[in-house]
Design a protein around this ligand. Structure first.
Ligand code: GDP
Length: 319
């Protein structure tokens, strides 16, 4: 019999790529799904028949106990979160409940019901925030700059703590920004690629943006879920940084997306203070030497190729 796995956040970008990978490898995939009035199946509709969905929520401990009891997972991937940095200022306490305390809830469900399951926590480069060194690696101290970043620091440390307290196989993957055609429209990459496509098609006439000087280390989500899986296949549980080792400004991202459809971005982009954040993360650049050496992980899709792929996909969707 194949291994069993429980994935929280299965309907999100990463959940969908990870589910494809796990199904390919012969896993039985259980996905924790939050009940919403409108189904959120765009990312996983194509594989929904192969996934066993369990309705539940990181805030509802009973539902997590049930999910772990039913799935008897060999591996648990905690990808669920309030994951948008911008919203974390509007809903700081909710972000803390889900993105921080939610990690304890799922760890407890695993500890009490299937303590030998291997556990992956989706940690984030946002924990580095106002980065104290560049590039950032596993040993770089955290300095989060948003309620989201603060909550992710909690999630990281509670994962480390369960490993050290209970000897659980719990790993924290510190993933830098990772994008794809399945990225939510509120994130800057997809917002830009979708706008470039819509402006090209005459469906939109401007793009309102915040800070164009911020720099990010953007990789392709399809490559990053492979690192998650590899972390749980090691002999010892450890934490890893996953990044491309390249950084680009938001302006460069816009430039690539607009030039792909032969437009001059300066004719369309308007700065709107609404999209400027109360505190900014100016520069993220990761050093993933450890992941490359110990996991044998490698990048397949580069930044520019990914942005072009996203614009092409948005042209198709908007046509
Ligand atoms: P984050 O790194 O998780 O916050 O990912 P985002 O994709 O939300 O934002 C990346 C960077 O783009 C941040 O530094 C934002 O301040 C910057 N940015 C500039 N304009 C915008 C915008 O209109 N929307 C978003 N989401 N980010 C923007």
């Amino acid at each position: 019999m194949g291994k069993s796995t429980l994935v929280t956040g299965i309907t999100g970008q990463d959940g969908s790529y990870l589910a494809e990978l796990l199904l390919d490898k012969g896993y039985k995939v259980y996905g924790l799904r939050r009940r919403t009035s409108m189904p959120m199946m765009e990312n996983i509709g194509h594989i929904a028949k192969e996934i066993e969905f369990i309705d539940g929520d990181l805030m509802d401990k009973g539902s997590l106990d049930y999910a772990v009891k039913v799935s008897r997972p060999d591996e648990v991937y905690n990808l669920a979160a309030q994951s948008f940095v911008g919203s974390s200022w509007d809903q700081p306490a909710l972000t803390g409940q889900i993105t921080a305390i939610g990690v304890t809830n799922i760890l407890e469900a695993v500890r009490l019901n299937k303590p030998d399951a291997r556990f992956y926590q989706a940690s984030s480069s946002e924990m580095f925030g106002k980065a104290v060194e560049t590039p950032q690696k596993e040993t770089t101290p955290f300095y989060p700059r948003s309620p989201y970043g603060v909550a992710k620091v909690y999630g990281h440390w509670i994962t480390v703590n369960y490993r050290e307290s209970y000897n659980m196989f719990a790993c924290s993957g510190i993933l830098f920004n990772h994008e794809s055609p399945r990225r939510g429209l509120e994130f800057v990459t997809r917002k830009v690629t979708n706008a470039a496509a819509r402006i090209k098609l005459g469906l939109q006439d401007e793009l309102r943006m915040g800070n164009l000087d911020a720099k990010r280390d953007w990789g392709f989500a399809g490559d990053y879920v492979k690192a998650m899986w590899l972390m749980l296949q090691q002999e010892q549980p450890e934490d890893f940084v996953v990044s491309t080792g390249e950084t680009h400004t938001v302006e460069t991202l816009i430039e690539i997306a607009f030039s792909h459809v032969n437009l001059n971005w300066r004719d369309y982009v308007v700065i709107d203070p609404k999209f400027v954040r109360p505190a900014e993360v100016d520069l993220l650049l990761g050093d993933s030497t450890k992941a490359k050496e110990k996991l044998g992980w490698k990048l397949e899709v580069g930044f520019e190729e990914m942005i072009r792929m996203m614009v092409e996909n948005d042209l198709r969707l908007n046509r």
